[in-house]
Design a protein around this ligand. Structure first.
Ligand code: SAM
Ligand code: DTB
Ligand code: SF4
Length: 317
């Protein structure tokens, strides 16, 4: 069992020591040159019945996001081919659903997964809560990973979402694991939580029967009309400390520097990579919010001396 005190004592180390330990763990367990580029696509946008206070796609708030129904498989194929040509080795698709309904739309998502896998990329989807049978069908379609974030600590969660519980979230993560799909689960910084809440979230993830193989760390993308529209920016060093702690807590997992890079300097992003982050979303849009220009990202990788996207290891296909 991992404990809060253990993670806190790591997180609170003098920064040079924390960075050194995280870099050691990174090198012992992974190839530091392998920073994965993932593409992200919103396959169904807006009008979501959940009330997540951070989200531009919730129907509870008046945000400027336009509702778009579920894409066609052909539209997804075009986007996936372009992403692959641009160097993505993972293609992630998100739907603004509380949970998928069995029927033609879920079947279409299964086809989208098959298309992405047919292009030899990892496929990840995030569709809300899943039943065991839906998880099994996604596995049969070839899904690599399912993204379902815990977002924050159990204590803080009811302050940001009221339409579902922390245990609902954990139940879906268990269904995903039972189906043999790799778990992608992390959180969001900057919603008014404390640094301890962020650590409690890592403890919760580390104590899962199957800890996530992928841990996205998002910074809040404040969206007009949502209750968190005016939330202040997260302190840079807090981001770096959390990434380093996540690297030590999940030595063999991908720690993903996810939403929020558009407001980070090049130097801060590089500190995050030195702390053990080894994945980014690239492309000019996340689901609804902006991401850095692809040209700026190419320059960032050149500056780090990591010019070529690394192909994903054969075992992940
Ligand atoms: N509806 C599904 C769900 O919530 O599980 C999937 C889509 S949802 C947009 C996927 C994840 O994006 C959320 O769990 C949350 O962690 C993240 N997210 C949503 N809005 C965000 C925002 N404004 N800033 C940062 N991350 C956000
Ligand atoms: C994750 O942890 N981050 C991505 C992905 N999983 C689906 C989503 C980020 C969303 C940022 C806000 C937006 O684009 O609306
Ligand atoms: Fe819906 Fe997901 Fe946004 Fe919550 S985070 S409102 S569940 S799309």
């Amino acid at each position: 069992m991992k404990s809060f005190d253990e993670f806190k004592s790591i997180y609170a180390l003098p920064l040079p020591e924390l960075m050194f330990r995280a870099a050691l763990v990174h090198r012992e367990n992974r190839d530091y040159r392998d920073v994965q580029r993932c593409a992200l696509l919103s396959i169904k946008t807006g009008g979501c019945p959940e009330d997540c206070t951070y989200c531009s796609q919730s129907a509870h708030y008046d945000s400027p996001v336009e509702r778009v129904p579920l894409m066609t498989v052909d539209e997804v194929r075009v986007k996936a081919e372009a992403a692959k040509a641009a160097g993505a080795t993972r293609f992630c698709m998100g739907a603004a659903w509380r949970q998928p309904k069995d029927g033609p739309e879920f079947d279409r998502v299964l086809d989208m997964v098959r298309v992405v896998r047919g292009l030899d990329m990892e496929a990840c989807v995030t569709l809300g809560m899943l039943t065991d049978s839906q998880a099994e069908r996604l596995k049969d379609a070839g899904l690599t990973a399912y993204n379902h974030n815990l977002d924050s600590s159990r204590r803080f969660y009811p302050e940001i979402v009221k339409t579902r519980t922390y245990d609902d979230r954990l139940e879906t993560l268990r269904a995903v694991s039972r189906a043999g799909i790799s778990v992608c689960s992390g959180g969001i910084l900057g919603m008014g939580e404390t640094e301890d809440d962020r650590l409690m979230m890592l403890v919760e993830l580390a104590n899962l029967e199957t800890p996530p193989e992928s841990v996205p760390i998002n910074c809040l993308m404040p969206s007009r009309g949502t209750p968190l529209a005016m939330a202040p920016k997260v302190d840079s060093i807090e981001i770096v400390r959390l990434i380093a702690t996540a690297r030590i807590a999940f030595p063999r997992s991908r720690v993903r520097l996810s939403a929020g890079r558009d407001k980070m300097t090049r130097e801060l992003q590089i500190l995050c990579f030195l702390a053990g982050a080894d994945s980014i979303f690239f492309g000019e849009k996340l689901l609804t919010a902006p991401n850095p220009d692809t040209e700026d990202d190419a320059a960032l990788f050149r500056a780090m001396g990591l010019p070529e996207p690394m192909a994903c290891e054969p075992s992940c296909r």
